[in-house]
Design a protein around this ligand. Structure first.
Ligand SMILES: Cc1ncc(COP(=O)(O)O)c(C=O)c1O
Length: 388
């Protein structure tokens, strides 16, 4: 029997054929004289995707987690004070990492299902008269709750207080899918990975770095080597890497940027919005709710769906995978068992989404959660037809 697996996790995402072919090549010499011909245009394209003209984009072999680590260790010194907020599994993991590195972390208790609490950030910054806070951390798209935060508003709030701290943003599940404006939002370090909006295999940490963050690196005393911004940038400026790069993935990344820029970033964002809205119409038709508490928090890359009281979202995920080879995202930490997640990120179209929604309906029914079969699919179909 044809054993096709259907990938609707919020990362890894589906890899387009063009990217798969770009990666499928003989290995090559990363010290060859023509290697810069691959790297130099790639960095130009990455800057376009991150919407930065003044910053740099660095690519490390690793994943988003390495990007978090690089952000902290390149710009801060042990004991430095960080302001951040807890509003989901990934914001919490970054907080835990900050503590592991011995930073002093001031945590605003946010709400799971809401975005970055901008007013609270502003109040903490305004109270920090001596500018002891050196970095402000925020997760742009909380993949665990399906919530997108307003980073532009956070920037305005920071500017309103005149606070000089660096702004570091987790854009792992937003960059290359949702609007992300590194320069306009004054983001000093923007962290991404290859396996989400870039539609590549896991294996790259892709990190946008402002000139302010690079200047901070000069005084930052945290230990670092592999993910050192300055040595990476120095080599990149000659068209090379300080050590063996993941060349195969760099070819894939080049193709990914080509696809994104050819479609146009605004169109990429609009496509994700449409796909996400169709999923939300389906959720509504099922009589279920999203973890995102208000419309303004809805993420266009992932929808976290709350199962009815007493039901187990794990049973939905298990039924989807075992019965239909459909991979969905599970509920993480605080929302384990309570939500399941549908990824609508990267190389996805209407028909793919409709098939995923049909699979979800069957899995819900198999898990004993009553939904009218076809109701969500019909709602999404109507929306996709209307907005074609
Ligand atoms: C928002 C967010 N941040 C960070 C990470 C961690 O990235 P990685 O798994 O690539 O290390 C993830 C992974 O899903 C994520 O969704």
């Amino acid at each position: 029997m044809l054993a096709r697996k259907h990938l609707f996790t919020p990362g890894p995402t589906n890899m387009p054929e063009e990217i798969r072919r770009a990666c499928d090549r003989p290995l090559e010499d990363h010290r060859a004289p023509d290697f810069p011909a691959l790297v130099e245009p790639l960095f130009k394209d990455l800057k376009k995707v991150f919407c930065t003209q003044t910053g740099e984009v660095l690519v490390f072999a690793g994943s988003g987690t390495l990007g978090w680590e690089a952000a902290l260790t390149n710009t801060l010194s042990p004991g430095d004070k960080i302001l951040t907020a807890s509003y989901g599994h990934f914001s919490d993991l970054w907080i835990a990492m900050c503590r592991d590195f011995g930073f002093e972390v001031e945590v605003i208790e946010g709400v799971w299902g809401e975005g970055a609490p901008v007013d609270d950030y502003a109040a903490h910054l305004a109270a920090d008269k001596n500018h002891e806070i050196k970095a402000i951390l925020a997760c742009h798209n909380e993949t665990a709750t399906g919530v997108t935060s307003d980073i532009g508003a956070l920037r305005k709030a920071i500017d309103g207080t005149g606070h000089p701290a660096l702004l570091m943003v987790d854009g792992v599940s937003s960059i290359a899918s949702l609007e992300f404006r590194m320069d306009d939002w004054g983001v000093d370090v923007a962290v991404c990975g290859s396996q989400k909006g870039f539609m590549l295999p896991t294996g790259l940490a892709i990190v946008g770095v402002s000139q302010k963050a690079l200047a901070a690196a000069d005084g930052a005393r945290c230990g670092r080597n592999f993910a050192d911004f300055k040595s990476m940038l120095k080599s990149n400026q000659t068209g090379y890497f300080p050590y063996t790069p993941a060349v195969t993935l760099l070819h894939g990344l080049k193709e990914s940027c080509r696809l994104l820029l050819e479609e146009g970033l605004e169109n990429v964002h609009a496509r994700h919005h449409r796909l996400g809205e169709g999923v939300r119409q389906a959720v509504n038709a099922w009589g279920l709710t999203t973890c995102a508490k208000e419309r303004r928090w809805n993420s266009d890359t992932v929808t976290a769906i709350v199962v009815p009281e007493g039901a187990d979202s794990g049973a939905v995920i298990k039924a989807a995978y075992e019965n239909y080879h459909l991979s969905l995202g599970g509920g993480l930490s605080k929302v384990a068992g309570k939500v399941f997640r549908i990824g609508h990120m990267g190389a996805v179209d209407d028909i793919m989404m409709l098939s995923a929604l049909a699979g979800v309906e069957m899995a819900l029914a198999d898990a004993g959660i009553t939904v009218e079969l076809g109701s969500g699919v019909a709602a999404a179909q109507a929306y996709y037809r209307e907005t074609r």
